[in-house]
Design a protein around this ligand. Structure first.
Ligand code: DC
Length: 229
């Protein structure tokens, strides 16, 4: 990790808007983006490709360490490649998220992905999106945000997203899944989901996406991490 490269960590539960917000802030600043959840989702997908059981910790950690991934930009659209295949859609389903959450609870898998995540820290800066960016992966980051929203609001956002994509979904079952995933992510023994001691918590339940992006750029400017944005 290069200490002089500014890092903004954005942690929080699923559906709080981390992905969208991280992407927009990185774009506005011209910084790199680490979507750490994608690495857990890709590890879970690699396990399916290689017939590895979701509780075989040693084999999963080996897969995570050797993960053959690439994030090329194709015609302005970011793609997610695993072993040469575009898995951008496959890893975004609810089931893939559920498997990722199980895989992410295994300490050896988390350890295997640690350095790969730190390698994303490159000039001019990094926006790191995840659950343990501020607590474990980048503990010295100069600005740490814990982005949250009520479970009802997160389920509602996910429901609208799925509807837009033409996928049938039920709001009550999405809410249940979100609550179960929150519980697993918060209760696991290694790198549980929680705000870093020095994180700023931002509740997005009643905030629009542009309002959150503006607030984060303001905070970055206040800390002297960016100028003129
Ligand atoms: O952010 P996401 O929904 O793509 O993450 C998928 C799962 O991966 C989520 O249930 C928790 C886990 N995860 C994690 O444990 N640590 C991270 N830094 C990022 C994601």
């Amino acid at each position: 990790m290069n200490d002089r490269v500014p890092i903004l960590t954005i942690d929080g539960p699923g559906g709080a808007g981390k992905g969208t917000i991280s992407c927009l802030v990185a774009e506005r600043l011209g910084w790199h983006l680490l979507d750490s959840g994608a690495l857990y989702r890709l590890t879970a997908q690699a396990a399916i490709n290689h017939d590895v059981a979701v509780d075989d910790e040693v084999s999963l950690a080996r897969l995570a360490e050797q993960l053959d991934v690439a994030f090329p930009i194709d015609g302005g659209r970011p793609r997610t490649m695993l072993e040469g295949d575009d898995v951008g859609q496959v890893i975004r389903t609810e089931e893939a998220g559920e498997r990722a959450s199980q895989v992410a609870a295994l300490p050896l898998v988390r350890q295997a992905l640690l350095q790969r995540q730190r390698d994303f820290c490159q000039a001019p800066g990094l926006v790191a999106d995840g659950r343990d960016m501020g607590t474990v992966v980048f503990p010295d980051a100069p600005l740490k945000i814990f982005l949250t929203a009520s479970a009802d609001e997160r389920a509602r956002r996910r429901y609208l997203q799925l509807q837009e994509a033409g996928v049938n979904a039920s709001l009550p079952s999405l809410l249940k899944e979100i609550q179960a995933r929150d519980a697993r992510d918060m209760q696991r023994s290694v790198a549980p989901l929680k705000p870093a001691d020095d994180a700023i918590t931002l509740d997005t339940t009643r905030l629009s996406i542009p309002e959150v992006v503006d607030r984060l750029t303001e905070l970055l400017a206040q800390r002297g991490l960016v100028s003129g944005v």
